[in-house]
Design a protein around this ligand. Structure first.
Ligand SMILES: Nc1ncnc2c1ncn2[C@@H]1O[C@H](COP(=O)(O)OP(=O)(O)OP(=O)(O)O)[C@@H](O)[C@H]1O
Ligand SMILES: [Mg+2]
Length: 302
């Protein structure tokens, strides 16, 4: 298989591991910086160049595009799709996953559990918006926040209102959720590849915090997700259309609840915590899918 990895930096752990796993399996692999891919769009065909040279003949592409280049990165990924290259995470699925409100709506519509979530635009509606959610504690999350920064816990209604007023004053986008106290500061990252949970880790918040992010001092250890947790993670990835996804769950009294579905989940934390060759799982899945597509194409030609 001739494989491309769309990534801005060849030195990143996840990128390096994917290259390594592909080479071990004797695939040809190249890392392409999506911002150096440029394209011609025409009704008679799609073409792409990279640093002055035509890009052609890639069988599969694994996108590792960061949030900061979502738009351009997904246009490059779509161009690959239009040129007949297989991707485990299509551009439309990546865009869905990046849009928190949209993905929450899509998951809930399929009956997948989430913490109850509200959002609104006008400051005049704040009191009623919070009444739609229920009494505090509340978790307030900035839409652009990651790694736990921008996630706040408010224990009193006056605090929720104060934080929301302050955020509106800064023109920040945010959502408000019920606080799932039973999670006890832990969350569960399920790494889904091709409709299977290939690895899972539990992250535990440091004492005194409810956020389990490793960047906030959380600790990770490999665990086996329960059947119910695996089922929710697999369904969440499928609803968004992702072949590769990091699904974050919290354990609540009413079962596993989805916090987030990440379309470009990092490999370092999960491989360290579990010892699973997650990069190898991804490459094997992509190769298997490509082989099936190639066989089908050959059959229709014959
Ligand atoms: N509704 C909630 N109830 C209890 N704990 C929560 C809730 N939402 C988030 N947490 C805790 O806070 C942590 C950070 O929240 P979250 O994962 O939503 O934001 P983030 O990590 O900053 O952003 P993202 O994961 O979307 O990139 C979670 O890992 C979880 O431990
Ligand atoms: Mg998170």
């Amino acid at each position: 298989m001739k494989l491309a990895i769309l990534s801005r930096n060849t030195k990143l752990y996840s990128t390096r591991r994917l290259v390594e796993a592909a080479r071990e399996r004797r695939h040809s692999v190249r890392v392409l910086d999506p911002l150096r891919c440029y394209m011609r769009i025409d009704s008679d065909g799609f073409r792409m160049h990279y640093k002055g040279v035509e890009i052609a003949g890639y069988h599969a592409v694994i996108p590792r595009v960061g949030a900061s280049i979502t738009r351009y990165g997904s246009a490059v990924l779509r161009q690959f799709e239009l040129m007949g290259t297989f991707t485990p995470n299509p551009s439309d699925a990546v865009l869905r996953a990046r849009d928190k409100l949209r993905s929450h709506q899509m998951l809930a519509a399929q009956g997948i559990g989430l913490p109850a979530t509200v959002f609104g635009d006008n400051p005049d509606d704040t009191a009623d918006l919070l009444s739609m959610l229920g009494p505090p504690p509340h978790v307030i999350k900035l839409n652009e926040g990651t790694q736990g920064a921008g996630v706040m816990l408010t224990e009193k209604l006056s605090a929720s209102k104060g934080v929301i007023e302050a955020l509106r004053g800064l023109y920040a986008q945010f959502l408000v959720q019920e606080f799932v106290a039973e999670a006890k500061g832990a969350d569960l990252r399920c790494f889904v590849v091709g409709g299977k949970v290939v690895a899972a880790m539990k992250r535990q918040a440091p004492k005194g915090d409810f956020r389990s992010n490793l960047h906030r001092g959380g600790r990770a250890k490999g665990v086996k997700a329960t059947a119910a947790e695996q089922d929710v993670a697999i369904r969440a990835a499928r609803v968004l259309g992702l072949g590769v996804a990091g699904v974050d769950l919290i354990r609540s009294a009413r079962g596993p609840l989805v916090l987030e579905v990440n379309a470009s989940p990092g490999l370092e934390g999960i491989e360290d915590a579990t010892g699973v060759d997650v990069a190898g799982e991804i490459v094997d899945y992509v190769a298997l899918r490509y082989k099936r597509i190639a066989a089908k194409r050959a059959a229709t030609k014959a």
